[in-house]
Design a protein around this ligand. Sequence first.
Ligand code: AMP
Length: 291
Amino acid sequence: MADGVTASDVQTVCTPEDLRATVGSWKAAGLRVGFVPTMGALHDGHLSLVRRARELSDRVVASVFVNPTQFGPGEDFDSYPRSPERDAEMLAEAGCRLLFLPQVETIYPPGGSTFVEVEGPSRDFEGAERPEHFRGVATVVLKLLQLAQPDLAVFGEKDAQQLAVVRRMVCDLHLPVEIIGAPIVREGDGLAMSSRNVYLSAEERRAATVLHRSLEAVRREVDAGQRSAFALSQLVLTVLESEPLGRVDYVAVVDQEGFRPIETLADRSVIAIAVRFGSTRLLDNLHIELG
Ligand code: AMP
């Protein structure tokens, strides 16, 4: 922790009233408010979003909420890593001033029956693998945006399909918030940081670098002029399948906005992959901007 920074530099609030009171006072003072929603167990990827929000706003609020509605039956909701005190310290160090730490029943009042379905970008890939996942994500993001009322919110490109879903929802519902995408932060060996990396055994952890290696191979091919989605996904598969511990769920070549499969790279495309190592599913992707 940096000199002089303690977790107490972050004000922690648990209720909508307290959240609104602090954000409201900032806005009344003419300050621009940035928001970073997370599920906690923070790492440097999350903190990069806080730093980006700081660059773009005067005050940053983050939320830590393990959202039950985006987990399917048999998924890791109960065992998802939780470290609220460490999270508060890390947020303070990154310059976040307010932490919203709600209870499940605060976000989902008893008897609640309102959910958000974003069609289009939710349909394939993560949406197909995890039915209800994006319904849970869209619902909680809308609720959190309603509660925090930020001027901007920062999301990681790490979850590229989630970012597309959130952008679609914000546009469709005319929400008065700017959505900012921030690049993937990686470990030294290229593995994308994720709260779920702790689930990997030492052997799986070593093998998991194959995701990044496959995307680096794609980057080289694109730089050399390759534009065929089929050729690029075959290349990814060849690299991924060279690692016997991994089991490929999908390789997607899609447009960034709609998250629909494309045959030829568009101006703004994503190559997104999901690979299982034992019971742990890892996601990674490469954002490609042409021209
Ligand atoms: P999570 O806590 O996993 O729900 O993630 C909260 C936010 O952090 C989401 O916008 C993620 O996309 C983002 N995020 C997670 N991992 C990374 C990473 N390695 N680099 C950048 N952003 C990330």
